[in-house]
Every structure is written in structure tokens, then in C-alpha cells.
Design a protein around this ligand. Structure first.
Ligand SMILES: Nc1ncnc2c1ncn2[C@@H]1O[C@H](COP(=O)(O)OP(=O)(O)OP(=O)(O)O)[C@@H](O)[C@H]1O
Ligand SMILES: [Mg+2]
Length: 112
């Protein structure tokens, strides 16, 4: 099992959700995040000097995936989050030891 975490543009959430839901993903977690990548937020020029401005608002989308669905879900996230412009975000995948559905106590893939 994998934990797939995507840092994405907030305005891309609907497209991402639609993509994941049509694939059959049954749950996800979305939280607000702030961060920067290689452009360090964005830059402004003030009186000839360039300043890096701030942490940009992003969303963190987390999806639990069974081993055999992980690549598909990763592809869906990358495709739906992409605009081709700097700041589209980043996705990473972490190997998971265990998942538990709290109500039933089911474990592993059955708990996803
Ligand atoms: N190395 C990193 N570690 C953790 N989070 C990161 C990292 N790089 C980017 N992020 C997160 O992803 C968000 C979007 O990053 P961004 O898409 O700007 O990455 P980038 O590497 O600068 O790529 P690009 O050149 O396409 O902009 C950042 O605001 C930050 O929240
Ligand atoms: Mg960037």
C-alpha cells in the first residue's frame, strides 16, 4: 500500500476529485498548505531589487492506494493538476505499513 501526497493549486481540486472519483477512489484527505518551490514563492521587483515574496497557498491532497492502483492514481493526480506553468505542484509516494478502518477493525487493502 502507498500514501500518495500531492501539493496542488487550490483551483485544481475539482478536476482532481472528478478524476479520482471516476477511477473509483473512495476517499481522500484535503488540507490547506503553504509552501514554495524553486521560484521561492514569487518574486517582485521593488526599486530595482528582486524580493521573494511569500509562501503560496496550495492544497495537500492525500490518497491511500492499493499497490496495484498506485501508478494509475499517481497518473491521474499528475494529469489533472497540470497547467504547464511553474507552481503546478509536486507529488510523492510513500510505502505504507498499515491502514485500519476504525469502525470495523479491517486492516490492509481491505481498509482502504
Ligand atoms: N522540495 C520540496 N519539498 C516540499 N515541498 C515542496 C518542494 N517543492 C515544492 N514543494 C511544494 O509544492 C508546491 C509547488 O511547488 P512547485 O510546483 O513550485 O515546485 P517546483 O519544483 O518549483 O516546480 P516548478 O518549477 O514547476 O514551479 C510548493 O508551494 C510547496 O508547497
Ligand atoms: Mg515552482
Amino acid at each position: 500500500m502507498k500514501l500518495i501526497t500531492a501539493i496542488v493549486r487550490p483551483e485544481k481540486l475539482d478536476a482532481i476529485r472528478e478524476g479520482l472519483e471516476s477511477y473509483g477512489v473512495q476517499g481522500l484527505t484535503v488540507s490547506r498548505a503553504n509552501g514554495y518551490g524553486r521560484q521561492r514563492g514569487y518574486t517582485q521587483v521593488y526599486r530595482g531589487a528582486e524580493y521573494s515574496v511569500d509562501l503560496l497557498p496550495k492544497l495537500r491532497v492525500e490518497v491511500l492506494a492499493a499497490e496495484d492502483q498506485s501508478e494509475d492514481i499517481l497518473d491521474i493526480l499528475i494529469t489533472t493538476a497540470n497547467t504547464g506553468r511553474a507552481g503546478d505542484g509536486k507529488v510523492w509516494v510513500i510505502q505504507l505499513d498499515e491502514v485500519v478502518r476504525v469502525r470495523t477493525g479491517e486492516r490492509g487493502t481491505a481498509a482502504i
